[in-house]
Design a protein around this ligand. Structure first.
Ligand SMILES: Nc1nc2c(ncn2[C@@H]2O[C@H](COP(=O)(O)OP(=O)(O)O)[C@@H](O)[C@H]2O)c(=O)[nH]1
Ligand SMILES: [Mg+2]
Length: 533
C-alpha cells in the first residue's frame, strides 16, 4: 500500500514521541523527527486540482515587490520607498481561487491579499515574501513558515548583490525541495560579467542549466525579459506540471524521511548485542558477588551474634531486631557494577537511557532485598537449628532422657519385687545396701547421661543465625543478579519492538509506485529548474 508523505511523517512523529519518552531516542534526535515538516503546497487546498504556487524570494531592495506590482499592473505590494515593507507577505491570485485552509501555523494577520480576474493567470498564486536577509529574526521565520507551501521559487537578485549570503544559504539548504527560476533584476545597472558569474555560482549550487531572466523595473523602462518570465510561469501553471511537482515533492520528502529514519535506526543499535551484554553481566555479577561475600564475612558474624542474643525480639519486636547488612560499601559495589554494565551497553552501541532508568529501581531496592532475604533465612535457621543428623540425634537424646531413667526405675522396681519374693520364699537376705546404692546410681546415670549430652550438643543460636545469614546473603545476591538479567530481557523485548515499528515505517517510505506519466522529461524546462537534474 502506498502511503502519503504526511501520513508517514505523522507515523514517524508518533513513534519518535513515544521512543523519546521511553529513552530510546535522545531528546535532540526525537525532536528532529517530531518537528518534521508536514506541510506541502497542496496542504493549502482541499483535494483536487490546485494552482501553481510561485513566490519571490531574495534579499531586501532587490525588487521583489516591484516585480509583483509589475505583474499585477497595480501597486499591490509596498515597495522600497514605502518602508517598512519587510514584515509583509502579499498574496496575489485569481478571484476564483479559494484558499480553503490556510494552515493555522501561518501568520494570516500578516498577509495582504490582492485579487485579479486575468483568465491566463488563473492557475497561479503569487506570493511576495518578506526580505530574507532582514535583521529581524521574525522575517526569516515568516519566510521559513511559508516555504513548504511553495512550488516555484523566484530567486530575485540585483547585479550588486547576486550572492547574498543568507538567501544563498537558503538556496543551498532548500534547493532540492522546490523548482527555481532566477531573476537578475535592476539589469539597467548590470554587466554581462555579473550575469556570467551568477550563472556560474548557480551551476556550482547544482543547477546544470539555470533559467535566469534579466529584468529592469526602473522608471525608464528598457527592453527586458520580464514578458518571458511571465510567459514561462504561465506555461508552468498546468495541472500536469503541478502534479509532476507534487509527485516529485512527495518522493523527495519520503526519501529524506527514509534517510532520517535509517540514521535513527542506526542509533538504536543491534538486537544481537543483548546476548553479549547479558553474558557480560553474568560474569561481572559473579565477581561482584564474590567481593560482596568477602566483604560481608565479618559484618555477618557480628549480625549473627546480635541475632542470637535478640532471637526472641525477632518475634516480639521485629522492628527492633532488624539489622541491615547492606551498608554504604555494599551499595557502592553494586553501583559500580551497574555503572560498568551501563558503559558496556554503550560500547555495544545500545541506547543507555532505558537501562539507566530501569536499573535505578534495582539500586534503590537492593538493601530491601538483602534485608528480606537474610531475615527470612535467619528466622528459618533459628526455628530449625542444626542439620538433620543433629536434629534426629537430639530427638533421640530427648527420648532417652525420659525413657532410660524410667526403664532403670522399672528394672530396679522389678528387682525389689523379685528380691522381696525370693527372700520370703527362701528366708534369705533382702537386697541390701549395695543394691540400693547401685540402683540409685543406675537411675541417676540413665537420666544424667542424656541430660548432659543434650546440653552439650544443643546447636548454638549464633551458629544457626550465621548459617541463616549466609544462606540469605546468597539468595539476595542471586536475586539482585537475576533482577538485572530480567531488566536486560525486558529491555531486549522493548528494543525489538521499537526496531520493528521503525523498520515498518522505513519500509513504507519505500512503497508506492511512481506514476510514469508524471516523470519529468530531461529536456523539459522543468528539469532546468530543479537541482541535480
Ligand atoms: N534601478 C532600478 N531600480 C529598481 C529596479 N527594480 C526595483 N527598483 C527599486 O529598488 C527599490 C527596492 O524595490 P522593492 O521592490 O521594494 O524591493 P524588495 O525589497 O525586494 O521588495 C525600489 O526603490 C525600486 O524602485 C530596477 O530594475 N532598476
Ligand atoms: Mg518587498
Amino acid at each position: 500500500m502506498a502511503y502519503d508523505y504526511s501520513e508517514l511523517a505523522e507515523k514517524a512523529q508518533h513513534w519518535a514521541e513515544q521512543a523519546g519518552a521511553a529513552g530510546w531516542l535522545a531528546p535532540d534526535a526525537a525532536r528532529q523527527i517530531t518537528e518534521l515538516e508536514l506541510r506541502s503546497p497542496d496542504s493549502l487546498f482541499n483535494n483536487g486540482a490546485r494552482p501553481l504556487i510561485v513566490a519571490f524570494m531574495g534579499g531586501s531592495g532587490v525588487g521583489k515587490s516591484t516585480l509583483l506590482n509589475r505583474l499585477a499592473g497595480k501597486p499591490i505590494a509596498r515597495t522600497g520607498i514605502e518602508r517598512p515593507t519587510s514584515r509583509e507577505v502579499t498574496l496575489f491570485h485569481h478571484h476564483s481561487v479559494a484558499i480553503q485552509q490556510l494552515p493555522e501555523q501561518l501568520p494570516i494577520t500578516q498577509i495582504k491579499i490582492a485579487q485579479h480576474d486575468e483568465e491566463a493567470k488563473k492557475n497561479i498564486i503569487w506570493i511576495d515574501m518578506p526580505d530574507f536577509d532582514s535583521t529581524e529574526q521574525s522575517n526569516k521565520q515568516l519566510v521559513l513558515q511559508w516555504l513548504p507551501h511553495i512550488d516555484v521559487l523566484l530567486y530575485v537578485v540585483s547585479p550588486e548583490r547576486y550572492r547574498d549570503e543568507k538567501a544563498w544559504q537558503l538556496l543551498l539548504a532548500e534547493g532540492a525541495r522546490h523548482a527555481w527560476l532566477f531573476v537578475l533584476n535592476q539589469w539597467d545597472r548590470g554587466q554581462i560579467e555579473q550575469y556570467d558569474d551568477f550563472k556560474q555560482q548557480l551551476h556550482k549550487a547544482g543547477f546544470f542549466e539555470p533559467v535566469i531572466f534579466k529584468t529592469v523595473c526602473s522608471e525608464d523602462m528598457q527592453t527586458d525579459e520580464f514578458a518571458l518570465l511571465e510567459e514561462t510561469i504561465v506555461s508552468l501553471a498546468t495541472d500536469h506540471i503541478v502534479e509532476q511537482l507534487e509527485q516529485r515533492g512527495q518522493q523527495l520528502r519520503k526519501t529524506e524521511l527514509k534517510q532520517k529514519l535509517q540514521q535513527t535506526l542506526q542509533t538504536l543499535g543491534d538486537g544481537s548485542s543483548f546476548q553479549h551484554i547479558q553474558a557480560q553481566w553474568q560474569q561481572q555479577w559473579q565477581q561482584t558477588s564474590q567481593q560482596l561475600q568477602q566483604g560481608f564475612s565479618w559484618p555477618i558474624q557480628q549480625t549473627a551474634v546480635y541475632y542470637a542474643e535478640h532471637a526472641a525480639d525477632l518475634i516480639s519486636h521485629p522492628q527492633a531486631a532488624q539489622l541491615s547488612l547492606w551498608d554504604a560499601w555494599a551499595q557502592t559495589r553494586l553501583d559500580d557494577a551497574l555503572d560498568e554494565f551501563i558503559i558496556n551497553t554503550d560500547q555495544q552501541g545500545l541506547p543507555t537511557a532505558p537501562f539507566k532508568h530501569q536499573l535505578t529501581a534495582i539500586r534503590e531496592k537492593a538493601a530491601k532485598i538483602m534485608q528480606a532475604q537474610t531475615e527470612f533465612a535467619v528466622r528459618q535457621a533459628l526455628a530449625n537449628p542444626g542439620n538433620t543428623v543433629q536434629r534426629s540425634f537430639l530427638k533421640t537424646m530427648r527420648v532417652c532422657e525420659i525413657f532410660l531413667p524410667l526403664a532403670a526405675i522399672a528394672w530396679v522396681g522389678s528387682q525389689v519385687f523379685i528380691g522381696y519374693y525370693y527372700s520370703n520364699m527362701t528366708s534369705s537376705h533382702y537386697l541390701g545396701v549395695d543394691f540400693a546404692v547401685h540402683s540409685s546410681l543406675l537411675i541417676a546415670l540413665t537420666w544424667l547421661t542424656p541430660y548432659f549430652i543434650l546440653k552439650k550438643v544443643q546447636p548454638s543460636l549464633k551458629k544457626s543465625a550465621l548459617k541463616g545469614l549466609q544462606k540469605g546473603l546468597m539468595q539476595a545476591l542471586d536475586l539482585i543478579g537475576s533482577e538485572v538479567a530480567g531488566v536486560v530481557a525486558t529491555i531486549n523485548l522493548e528494543h525489538a519492538e521499537q526496531l520493528q515499528k521503525l523498520t515498518g515505517i522505513i519500509a513504507q517510505c519505500g512503497c508506492g509506485e511512481l506514476d510514469p506519466r508524471l516523470s519529468i522529461d530531461s529536456n523539459s524546462l522543468l528539469t532546468r529548474m530543479l537541482v541535480g537534474n
